[in-house]
Design a protein around this ligand. Structure first.
Ligand code: SF4
Length: 326
């Protein structure tokens, strides 16, 4: 470890001022503290925001759901409103990390967490995300878990969050508060593909805080769920995953929301799959046909070509599970 200062913000204004001066926000600390121990991150100042009033899960005027950024993953997952209206969110959270981590980690922090690329966390390895211009050890190294979608020559790391995949599928909105006031960002615009600047991962300004995530209302009934495929059944990141939400009425799919995880540099929305589903009647043939386009545009690396087929099968299976559930 190395020297840094720590301050606990007593209110939002104090936090924003400290953040604007360059302080790093600390909530659950389950990612940032690890990265500091490994000297991947070396902030001068930590601003503890865990005492700010950014909790609460409420139904919005339009019938959607607003989840406070400082809700823990565990409390959000077990919340009755989340469970009953968007099981895909509860499932994504419960399939993440470990019980201990879910008790500490927050919704905002989970979205903002940094990649699990092992080379990023190894300060002796070349990594454009950690050290711009140094290269990408993963490109020629062991890249079995890396991304096949949204990659660039500079970086091929996946975004590790599960619940972000659910939020992407449901087309959530993120509420931000900064020195300039409040603003909202579509979830799809919050997390950035690496391009030439993989070190810039979120469209969040200096000193801005995520205050809440808002999920829009959908026609009822809405069936939804999350499927995660990984090397072991606990405490492991996704090789592939998918979040699916379907509104089926009169035997016809009226709305379909689908996104994939474990394969993209950001949570990967699957509009071609969605288009293939809407207006159709559920059937095994439909699930297979719709899933066929899940990997469109994939650029596999040396060790992760298997993800192309695995993603299609993951999506097909989850479409069937959700589409045939009651
Ligand atoms: Fe770094 Fe990205 Fe390459 Fe991993 S994939 S080593 S995070 S540049």
């Amino acid at each position: 470890m190395y020297p840094f200062s720590y301050t606990k913000a007593s209110d939002t204004r104090e936090a924003l001022n400290a953040g604007h001066r360059g302080g790093r926000y600390l909530a659950g600390g389950t990612t940032l503290v690890d990265l500091m121990r490994e000297t991947v991150e070396r902030p001068d100042t930590l601003v503890d925001i865990s005492g700010l009033p950014l909790r609460g899960i409420t139904v919005t005027e339009r019938g959607g759901l607003r989840i406070g950024a400082l809700e823990s993953m565990a409390t959000a997952a077990s919340n009755p409103k989340v469970r009953s209206t968007y099981p895909v969110i509860s499932q994504a959270l419960e399939l993440s990390a470990s019980a201990q981590l879910r008790n500490m980690a927050t919704i905002g922090g989970n979205i903002m967490q940094r990649t699990r690329c092992t080379y990023f966390r190894d300060v002796t390895a070349a990594c454009n995300k950690r050290d711009p211009g140094s290269g990408c050890a993963a490109r020629e190294g062991f890249n079995r878990t890396h991304a096949i979608l949204g990659t660039s020559d500079a970086c091929v790391a996946t975004h590790p969050s599960d619940v972000a995949v659910a939020f992407a599928a449901l087309e959530a909105t993120v509420h931000l508060l900064g020195p300039g006031g409040e603003r909202t960002v579509p979830f799809a615009d919050l997390l950035l593909r690496p391009g030439r600047t993989p070190g810039r991962e979120q469209a969040v300004g200096k000193g801005e805080l995520i205050t809440a995530v808002e999920v829009p209302a959908y026609p009822r009934p809405l069936r939804s769920g999350y499927l995660k495929v990984r090397d072991r059944q606990s405490y492991e990141f996704a090789l592939t995953s998918t979040a699916v939400a379907l509104h089926i009425r009169g035997g016809v799919i009226r709305e379909a929301k689908v996104a994939a995880g474990g394969v993209g540099t950001v949570p990967w929305k699957l509009p071609a799959v969605e288009r293939a589903l809407v207006g159709e009647r559920p059937s095994d043939r439909l699930w297979a046909r719709a899933a066929e386009s899940a990997s469109d545009g994939a650029r596999p690396l040396t060790h992760n070509r298997f993800k192309i087929e695995l993603l299609k099968r993951t999506v097909e299976r989850q479409l069937r599970i959700v589409g045939e559930s009651e």
